[in-house]
Unconditional design. Sequence first.
Length: 213
Amino acid sequence: MITLALSKGRIFEETLPLLAAAGIEVLEDPEKSRKLILPTNQPEVRVVLVRASDVPTYVQYGGADLGVTGKDTLIEHGGQGLYQPLDLRIAKCRVSVAVRADFDYQQAVRQGARLKVATKYTGIARDFFATKGVHVDMIKLYGSMELAPLTGLADAIVDLVSTGNTLKANHLVEVERIMDISSHLVVNQAALKLKQAPLRRIIDAFAGAIRQD
Ligand code: PRP
Ligand code: MG
């Protein structure tokens, strides 16, 4: 059995064409079913649905043989025990710093002010501000980061930006672009040895189907 860990939403949707290239078709729609294990047209391949931030953990400990995960999540996880053969170039977005439109971020940085930063990405944020020489008080959140500057919880957020619509709708502005993000294929290192042929077939099919645009 080969188990692939995916998260619902954009990563699931954008992985489907890559699976199709490997001759794999998922037989149930996660938006319509509450099932967490989805069968495919190949009896020896199944998909498990996990929280996006749990994909590297599932693959690291062998709960899944392979998975698709954002570079953001992979960096926060650390990547221990994971073979990372492919940048799939899907689910593209960026990690940015955003503040309220009426907050002068550049001046705060120039003046060496201590910034209150709310984020789910504490590792990425800590590294970024440390490199910049900016002192921060980090506030760990698990979602809806945009609310933090609006309620006075934080001066700035570090979060994913895709279309920019969420920032705009909440009157926030992007003041720094930290890194570009896309999703990567990760593989359990032991599984790669034990199930080499079927995993290689999937990796090669994915590699051949990556869009270069
Ligand atoms: C993500 C991200 C941003 C938004 C970016 O949030 O954290 O808030 O999408 O997309 P946009 O630039 O296209 O608006 P998500 O909806 O996944 O919710 P969460 O942060 O509460 O998990
Ligand atoms: Mg969000």
